[in-house]
Design a protein around this ligand. Sequence first.
Ligand SMILES: Cc1ncc(COP(=O)(O)OP(=O)(O)O)c(N)n1
Ligand SMILES: Cc1ncsc1CCOP(=O)(O)O
Ligand SMILES: [Mg+2]
Length: 218
Amino acid sequence: MERINSDALRRLLKVYFIMGSINCRKSPEEVLSEAIAGGITMFQFREKGPGALTGNARLELAQNLQQICRDLGVPFIVNDDIELAIALDADGIHVGQNDEPAKAIRQRIGIQKIIGVSAHSLYEARQAITDGADYLGIGPIYPTSSKDDAEAVQGTFVIERVRNSRIAIPLVGIGGITVHNALPVINAGADGVSIISAVAGAEDVRAAAQSFVKVVQG
Ligand SMILES: Cc1ncc(COP(=O)(O)OP(=O)(O)O)c(N)n1
Ligand SMILES: Cc1ncsc1CCOP(=O)(O)O
Ligand SMILES: [Mg+2]
């Protein structure tokens, strides 16, 4: 198998939904199924933060959500946990600046798996590319209440900076993105948006996902 093609990855990043049990108003399985029915294009399992599941309960949830993704044809990415990603044979992993370095992860999971890396500056973006990242997550674009240790809000500045430096790697904006403020992220050069609360916490998850699809597709 080969490394994922950039254009295929750009399509998968359009509406990239991230979620764990603490982000949901109803069962995570139900939320993910509805989000996929609404058109999300990729999913990241992020079981993290106060009250997050641990141990077997976490593993079981990951397995259930991966099965839903498999059945419905959406790639399943694991946040932070390389051991879990390997154990589940996930489609990829997302790591940040304080997680295991992408270079080491690439050596462990091979060329065919997707590696996403968080970047908050042009320097970090360049480093991530050198280390073998397939895509970047840039943010927080807007204020977020889904990540306690988020970096400073940066607007779309870093995305513009990366694109003005003629860096073509697939990338998403993340942090505080709603259907009302998603368009500037795309206009700045992002291939898609990554969302937790505006989908997982919505009254109607399917409708929320559908709205993001419409905004991103123009
Ligand atoms: C798509 C995407 N972009 C950025 C992040 C944030 O990753 P990180 O900085 O490692 O923070 P945590 O999510 O691990 O708290 C992400 N998860 N996904
Ligand atoms: C994981 C993460 N990384 C940067 S901001 C953020 C949280 C995004 O969540 P929300 O879409 O609810 O603001
Ligand atoms: Mg992380």
